[in-house]
Design a protein around this ligand. Structure first.
Ligand code: PLP
Length: 367
């Protein structure tokens, strides 16, 4: 008999990222993966240079210099931070690896980030996907329905806040309600990959909850607003007990020196941070309003992307729009794998990218 993987692993649909190229087309605008149109802080280049003499050496294994930089900026105890050199994806996965046993249930919402299901199935646990609430301008996590799905077998709840690809988020009170309804032995994992973009005053990325309770973890990333998706740096803020657990199972040198230095430089450049926030604040409402003028439904978003709905059949479907945009040199993200086959997700790009994408959508709708 051949070696067999754990039950559940062969049920996993491998993650497919946003497309990056169109065959036969030299110049394309990739608005498919929620990357930053501004790129990283210029300070990151100096950090990459600083790592050069040490490439042959193992890095300091706890990523102390990066944890200290994060702690300084967000006013957190560095001892309660764990970093990852394989994105926040790896932290989301390690949490599942550490806390799930076969048959345990993991609750997340219907259109949640795909990695939650993968991490659950990789541990022979059972995904419990909860329907979201739909209004005419949002698809949003239903807190009461999430709580109703919790059983004695539930061990974890994942929630992306804001959620990808819907762009909606729970406010402070809604998240507190979700947490308050969970038994103490259930770990609430708040994935705030897009937290930096949210400007609403009633939003809380998870820091306050993690500081107060032993069963809440918040994960963050350098891939989005900090413009470092290519360097794969993530971090989490967690109770000391959870850090102790993850520090036992993570790779001993899981964050390279180049990642530590680049992350520290990026997070300390608050000017670049605010530039990226302002860029998003300018273009997110513009994109939303302009695409709505074509008659398409665009959901309200608090992140750096919008979800666009297309008719289910006929000449204006999401698949046809996708092809039309690609022929015009713009790549959006089909989100059928998120249970939204009639939608495309568009990342906020540069001014030139945004204007071209909107123009193409206008042309598509009148064609
Ligand atoms: C909700 C959400 N969480 C986590 C991630 C993963 O980020 P990272 O690049 O840190 O692995 C993404 C990336 O698309 C995301 O959309």
């Amino acid at each position: 008999m051949n070696p067999t993987p754990k039950p559940g692993i062969l049920d996993i649909s491998p993650y497919v990222g946003g497309r990056a190229a169109v065959p036969g087309m030299a110049k394309v605008f990739k608005l498919s993966s929620n990357e930053s149109p501004l790129g990283p802080s210029p300070a990151v280049l100096a950090a990459l240079e600083a790592a050069r003499p040490s490439l042959s050496l193992y890095p300091e294994g706890s990523a102390a210099l990066l944890r200290e930089a994060i702690g300084e900026v967000y006013h957190l105890d560095p001892a309660r931070i764990v970093t990852s050199g394989d994105g926040s994806d790896a932290l989301l996965t390690m949490l599942a690896n550490a806390y799930l046993q076969p048959g345990d249930e993991v609750v997340f919402s219907e259109h949640a980030f795909l990695v939650y299901k993968i991490a659950t199935q990789a541990n022979s646990a059972v995904p419990v996907m909860v329907p979201e609430k739909t209004t005419n301008q949002t698809i949003k996590v239903d807190v009461e329905a999430m709580l109703a799905a919790v059983t004695a077998k539930t061990r974890m709840v994942y929630i992306a806040n804001p959620n990808n690809p819907t762009g909606s988020c729970l406010n402070r009170d809604e998240m507190a309600r979700l947490h308050a309804g969970l038994p103490e032995n259930v770990l609430l994992v708040i994935d705030s990959a897009y937290g930096e973009y949210v400007t609403a005053k009633d939003y809380e990325a998870g820091i306050a909850l993690v500081s107060k309770f032993d069963n809440v973890v918040m994960t963050r990333t350098f891939s989005k607003l900090y413009g470092l998706a290519g360097l794969r740096i993530g971090w989490m803020y967690a109770p000391a007990r959870v850090c102790n657990v993850i520090n036992r199972i993570r790779g001993p040198f899981n964050t390279a020196l180049i990642q530590q230095l680049a992350g520290a430089a990026a997070i300390r450049d608050r000017e670049h941070f605010w530039k990226a926030v302002e860029h998003n604040n300018t273009w997110l409402p513009w994109i939303t309003a302009e695409i709505r003028k074509t008659g398409l439904r665009v959901d309200d978003s608090v992140a750096n992307f919008v979800l666009i709905h297309f008719p289910v059949d006929g000449e204006k479907t999401a698949a046809k729009a996708d092809t039309f945009l690609m022929q015009g040199g713009v790549i959006l993200r089909g989100v059928a794998s998120y249970g939204l086959p009639d939608c495309l997700r568009m990342t906020v790009g540069t001014e030139e990218q945004n204007r071209l994408a909107v123009k193409l959508l206008q042309q598509f709708m009148v064609a």
